[in-house]
Design a protein around this ligand. Structure first.
Ligand code: PLP
Length: 401
């Protein structure tokens, strides 16, 4: 018999499992609002026009070879990624205080940062928001950090629990790491205001808490790359240390190419180079070096004025379509007289709406309406279209009445 005869079956991933269930459903009206990937008005995946153009340039360039990248990835890509999140005129970049390494999308960047911290940082506790992206806790735990949560979302107001957040970070041990969503908090769609970010920053710096930003949606929240980077830039402007994990999955639609970057902002240029030397020791035994294609696409776009400009327009169009879907869903519920205050649908930002629907209501909508979403009631606005909004509104109406 098999040496794995007694191997227990592992549960399906709670987010990716939604798609597995969706794929099995033969209904023609089925709707997948579980996965965080952008869809067009026709419900199709989107490859950005600038990505197609960049790929054409890459394919036609006969000087390009398939040699290994360095352990830290493509040098251009790293520089341009730091510039994108920190701003071209960032003193941290001008002072060579930043070390950036290309990693396997957002997830890989978080994991490499976490492994580095577990090995070299004196404080092993990381605070993550409650709730947060389901993978955060596992990434940090497996890297060897101790994961605690801080209050974030208030189910009553369906907004930020700033009081609870400040209390919890205020009682965290000095030096603790704090995971912050740079913008478009997943799953709640609730972000601090700039004034609240300033309160958080002041508290964290006074307690020497170490910020670790997860930036998976730059440009996706507001439609502006600079606007969505403001939280990060506030923390870098004060001269303190800062970790940033960037993903190009959503904002360039490069999901499966696995392109991302980890930047660590240090206090001196010398420390930054030593940090980089240690990052290499983290990466080498994990996967040796990152893949070349996706990073080449990103750097081709970021370094070409015209492609960059066109990218910002395509990005804005995606963000605007999501904002339009919020408005349409809100209007559709109002038109049906659905009981409850649904204004959070238009107040929340980014890819997701945290509907407030409970597990039972979600199960009802899946069973009766073939609508798939995570059991916490999170729906991907990017998976909706003008055509499917009425079906969703009918389902929500039926679920709550
Ligand atoms: N962080 C957050 C908050 C996310 O929502 C996601 C993706 O859904 C990621 C990180 C990582 O995504 P990826 O590894 O595909 O870049």
């Amino acid at each position: 018999s098999s040496v794995f005869a007694n191997l227990p079956r592992a549960p399906e991933d709670p987010i990716l499992g939604v798609t597995v269930a969706y794929n099995k459903d033969p209904s023609p009206v089925k709707l997948n609002l579980g996965v965080g990937a952008y869809r067009t008005e026709e419900g199709k995946p989107l490859v950005l026009n600038v990505v197609r153009q960049a790929e054409k340039l890459l394919v036609n360039d006969r000087s390009r070879v398939k040699e290994y990248l360095p352990i830290v990835g493509l040098a251009d890509f790293n520089k341009l990624s730091a510039k994108l999140i920190l701003g071209a005129d960032s003193p941290a970049i001008l002072g060579n205080l930043v070390t950036t390494v290309q990693c396997l999308s957002g997830t890989g960047s978080l994991r490499v940062g976490a492994e580095f911290l577990a090995r070299h940082y004196y404080q092993r506790t990381i605070y993550i928001p409650n709730p947060t992206w389901g993978n955060h806790g596992k990434i940090f735990t497996l890297a060897g950090l101790t994961v605690k949560t801080y209050r974030y979302y208030d189910p009553v107001t369906r907004g930020l629990n700033i009081q609870g957040l400040l209390e919890d970070l205020g009682s965290a041990p000095s030096g603790a790491i704090v995971l912050l969503h740079a913008c478009a908090h997943n799953p709640t769609g609730v972000d601090p205001t700039l004034e609240q970010w300033e309160q958080i920053r002041r508290l964290m710096r006074s307690k020497r808490l170490l910020p670790f930003f997860d930036s998976a949606y730059q440009g996706f929240a507001s439609g502006s790359l600079d606007e969505d980077a403001k939280s990060v830039r506030m923390f870098v402007a004060d001269g303190g240390e800062c970790f940033i994990a960037q993903s190009y999955a959503k904002n360039m639609g490069l999901y499966g190419e696995r392109v991302g970057a980890l930047s660590i902002v240090c206090k001196t240029a010398d420390v930054a180079t030593r940090v980089e030397s240690q990052l290499k020791l983290v990466i080498r035994p994990m996967y040796s070096n990152p893949p070349i294609h996706g990073a080449s696409i990103v750097s081709t776009i970021l370094k070409d004025r015209n492609l960059y400009q066109e990218w910002t327009l395509e990005l804005k169009a995606m963000a605007d379509r999501i904002i339009t879907m919020r408005k349409q869903l809100f209007d559709a519920l109002r038109a049906r007289g659905t009981p409850g205050d649904w204004s959070h649908i238009i107040k929340q930002i980014g890819m997701f709406t945290f509907t407030g629907l409970n597990t039972k209501q979600v199960a009802f909508m899946t069973r009766e309406y073939h609508i798939y979403m995570t059991s916490d009631g999170r729906i991907s606005m990017a998976g909706l279209s003008s055509r499917t909004v009425p079906h969703l509104a009918d389902a929500i109406h039926a679920a709550v009445t």
